[in-house]
Design a protein around this ligand. Structure first.
Ligand SMILES: NC(=O)c1ccc[n+]([C@@H]2O[C@H](COP(=O)([O-])OP(=O)(O)OC[C@H]3O[C@@H](n4cnc5c(N)ncnc54)[C@H](O)[C@@H]3O)[C@@H](O)[C@H]2O)c1
Length: 255
């Protein structure tokens, strides 16, 4: 398990959900991992439980100054960052006519601006270190629409677009940029936003996907490990959909 030995990774939104699982698997593969989040207690506890090659920093991804501080702290601790996982994100559902400008901008600030700031802040370190890998976490909402989630859909389409623009620009410096689009994953984000008991979540619409279930958070991290590693050395500007087949096409009703 040393596919990432020698890599220094920063994972945003690392305190829980997909970010926690990604941090654990990057660490297990030998990377030095900076866990970044606004949930300081949970993030620090996770870093402590991982041990020596893990360190927690407070980072609100929508803050330019906090990105600069986090990167400086990461560099002091482990050296230049060579892997960035832009994972932090929020999800809200609301009828579009009820979405205030502030509601809309809150999602854009964290999901879209946060990803931009991560790309812009980390790229120079990666370029100067001779290369790196950036993995953005979008969503199937980055490739299709989600009803009652217009701002979220907009933010995730932006993340997919930024991935391609950055891949074109950063490629000559050997900095690869790819995007992972998870489907419905059983994390606090989904459970809290849907306001329904877990038992109801295992029913439609996910039951209608080819896999017939929601995803476990640990099912995203292996794709991120691949993209962070040198095994994906010729892969950049690409989307990786990990959704149990949810977006594969229309499923005909059972006969
Ligand atoms: N769970 C799903 O079904 C699903 C599906 C597709 C995409 N995603 C995406 O995956 C990513 C992770 O989602 P999750 O399900 O693990 O969510 P989660 O809510 O369980 O975890 C998200 C983490 O991001 C942190 N965070 C929120 N705002 C932040 C900010 N401003 N700065 C730094 N950290 C912040 C939270 O504190 C939390 O620890 C998000 O980008 C989300 O949009 C999730």
């Amino acid at each position: 398990m040393t596919r990432l030995a020698g890599k220094v990774a920063i994972v945003t939104g690392a305190a829980r959900g997909l970010g926690a699982s990604i941090s654990r698997q990057l660490h297990a593969e030998g990377a030095q991992v900076i866990l970044a989040d606004v949930r300081d207690e949970e993030g620090a506890a996770l870093a402590k439980s991982l041990g020596e090659r893990a360190h927690y920093v407070h980072l609100d991804v929508s803050s330019e100054t906090q990105w600069a501080d986090a990167l400086a702290a990461a560099r002091r601790r482990f050296g230049p960052v060579t892997v960035l996982v832009n994972n932090a994100g929020i999800y809200r559902t609301q009828a579009t006519v009820d979405v205030s400008v502030e509601d809309y901008l809150q999602i854009i600030r964290i999901n879209q601006l946060g990803t931009f700031l991560g790309l812009r802040t980390c790229y120079p370190q990666m370029r100067d270190a001779g290369g790196g890998s950036i993995v953005n976490i979008a969503s199937t909402a980055g490739i299709e629409g989600v009803p009652l989630a217009l701002a979220y859909t907009a933010s995730k389409h932006a993340v997919v677009g930024m991935t391609k623009a950055a891949a074109l620009e950063f490629g000559p410096a050997k900095v690869r940029v790819n995007v992972v689009c998870p489907g419905a994953m059983l994390t606090p984000l989904l459970v809290e936003s849907l306001h329904v008991p877990l038992s109801a979540l295992s029913a439609a619409p996910f039951a209608n996907s080819p896999m017939g279930r929601m995803g476990d958070p640990a099912e995203i991290a292996p794709t991120v490990v691949f993209l962070a590693s040198d095994a994906s050395s010729y892969t950049t500007g690409s989307e990786f959909v990990v959704d149990g087949g949810l977006t594969a096409g229309v499923k005909m009703p059972a006969q």
